[in-house]
Structure formats: C-alpha cells, structure tokens
Design a protein around this ligand. Structure first.
Ligand SMILES: [Zn+2]
Length: 332
C-alpha cells in the first residue's frame, strides 16, 4: 500500500491542499479561498467561530473530494498544515494577524473531529514547514543541522537541529526574521523596531531603495520612475541587471544586513548549511555574494575554520508550501 501525506498551506488569500507521496511528488492538488480578515472581526467571537467552522468544513470536503480521485491502494498517514502563528506543540493557531480568527483556535482538534479516520494532524508556521520540506525532499536530505530562511513579504526561519525542528518551550521558536539588527531602527510589520524583516524582506528592500534615492537625490536612477506603492523587488532586480547604481546598492545593503544576521544564527546553532528560499533569492549572486561577505565579516574566528554554505533551496518554488506542510507527517 502506498503511503501518502496531505499538505495544507493556509495563506492570507488562498489555502492550497495537496496529496504528496514519500518522494515529494504532488499527486493531486486543489485550493479554496481563505476567509478574509475584516476590520474589527477580532472583537467578534461568534463571527470568528462561524468562519472557522465553515473554513474547516470546506477543507474537509476538499480532502474527501481529492481522495476519491486516487485510483490505487493507498494509506493517508497524516495531514501537515502550514499556517501563520501556528503552534506545533498545541496544534493551535494563535492571534493570526491576517486571518479572521479570534484569539487561540484549536485548529488540529476541530479538523480531526471532521476527519476521524486520519491518524495524525500536525501544524506549524510556514518557515518551519519549509525547513522540514528541505530536509525530507530537498537539499538538506543528508543534513541533521541546518537553518532555513524564507524571504518574501516577511522573513521566516526554521531551525533543524539534531533531527528535529526547534519548536521551543511554547511551540513558536525559530523567529530569526525578528532579530533586532538596528537599535530603534525601522518599524517592523510585527510592531517592533529594527528587525531583520524590516530591512531584508521584499518590502524592506523597497524601503532601502527609497532611502538611497533620497540620500543621493538620484533622479537619474531607473527606480525614480516608480511611486512607493508601485515599486516591487522585481523592479529593483530589473534595474540592477541594467547596471542601475541605486538598485545595485540595494542588493549590496540587503546582503550585508542579512549576512550579519546569519552570523548571529551561526553563533547560536553552528549549522552545517544555511538554506534560503523566496523571491529575492532568485537574484542569485547579486544578493548571495554580499550575504556571504556579510556572514564572513561578522563570524567569530572559530567558525571561519570551515565553509558554511549558503545554499538556495531545492524545493520547487510553486509547491514549496504544500511540500513543507506535508513533510510534517514524515518527520514524526
Ligand atoms: Zn519584527
């Protein structure tokens, strides 16, 4: 009998659900809308409960429908879920900033009641899930100690240490994206100041671009054509590829900051390698080179004796979230 896992990625707009085999092949996938967060919905417990129950019923229906399409003997070993503010230890989602659920919701327990024949259901945040995906299906298959960073709208990280993801005493460990790199620096999406995410996420790169445009009064930069709302990390990349000085400096600074933050992570965990995933990483050496230089510059001498590879994730970018979530099932 073929063993299969179900991976669920709960995003701000859509929730993707896929059936995955042990080799990391997605056999079938589908998606449903994630209920949108409305203003003040946090205050309304009843609204939250109704949306949550409807959402979980929809997930359950989709899984049942997907299962009817599998035309060979199989066994579903479990379900893995990647979601914002997910607590692995308790199977809960807690105070999610972009989901309409109030307080702490027992997501795994409610889904399990809908799907009683599924033997195990685990949940964690998407960066921890991505780290597991890298371990089970990607470039970290032969590693027991590594750290994964996901760069996009925010910066997430998952720490894989001696055979398991580090969840910490409360289930939330591995938030290196919110390490402070500049005292009283830029406001971060989490409400804190000076965090790595505020500098090296895609929106952080845009903020750097505007700071540099102002600093140099750089009207001749290709980036000066964009309004703050319009500019994306892709515009910065395109301008850098055309030799735009401001855009090139954005990558230099982003890499420098990120490398400095990676040095702290290496000091804490001394990983075999660091994996990077996400849009900004697609810029290749434009960002990887300054990251490596920043890392080298800030490392303690004892860690310079060996090469600490900074590697690009081997997970398929389009499917990494489902794969990562599904990997939760195989790692238990
Ligand atoms: Zn933060």
């Amino acid at each position: 009998m073929v063993k299969l896992s179900i991976g669920i990625d709960i995003g701000g707009t859509n929730t993707a659900i896929g059936v995955v085999n042990q080799d990391g092949k997605i056999l079938i996938e589908d998606s449903i809308p994630t209920p949108p967060k409305k203003l003040n919905s946090n205050a309304a417990q009843q609204v939250s409960d109704n949306l949550l129950n409807d959402f979980i019923t929809e997930i359950s229906k989709t899984i049942k429908s997907i299962r009817t399409k599998i035309n060979f003997d199989y066994e579903i070993v479990g379900i893995g879920i990647g979601a914002p503010n997910a607590n692995y230890n308790e199977g809960t989602i807690e105070y999610p900033p972009n989901l309409p659920f109030a307080g702490k919701v027992a997501f795994c327990e409610i889904l399990s009641a809908e799907l009683p024949d599924i033997p195990l259901i685990h949940i964690t945040n998407d960066a921890n899930a991505a780290a597991l995906g890298e371990k089970i299906y990607g470039g970290a298959r032969n590693m027991d100690n590594f750290v994964m960073f996901t760069l996009g709208t925010g910066i997430g990280s998952g720490i894989y240490y001696h055979g398991n993801v580090v969840y910490g005493v409360d289930g939330f460990a591995g938030e290196c994206g919110h390490n402070t790199i500049i005292v009283d620096g830029r406001l971060c999406g989490c409400g804190g100041r000076g965090h790595l995410e505020a500098y090296c996420s895609a929106p952080g790169m845009k903020r750097t671009a505007f700071e540099l445009l102002l600093r140099d009064h750089a009207e001749d930069s290709l980036l000066s054509a964009y309004s703050y709302k319009e500019m994306t990390a892709k515009h910065i990349y395109d301008a850098a590829m055309q030799g735009d000085k401001i855009a090139l400096e954005v990558f230099e600074m982003t890499g420098k900051y990120f490398g400095m933050a990676l040095a702290t992570t290496v000091h804490h965990f001394s990983p075999e390698a660091i994996f990077l995933f996400g849009g900004p990483v697609a810029a290749g050496d434009l960002i990887i080179k300054p990251i490596k230089e920043g890392l080298e510059k800030h490392l303690l001498t004892i860690f310079r004796k060996r090469d600490i590879p900074v590697l690009i994730s081997e997970l398929d970018p389009g499917h990494a979230a489902i794969l990562g979530a599904s990997a939760l099932v195989w790692n238990t």
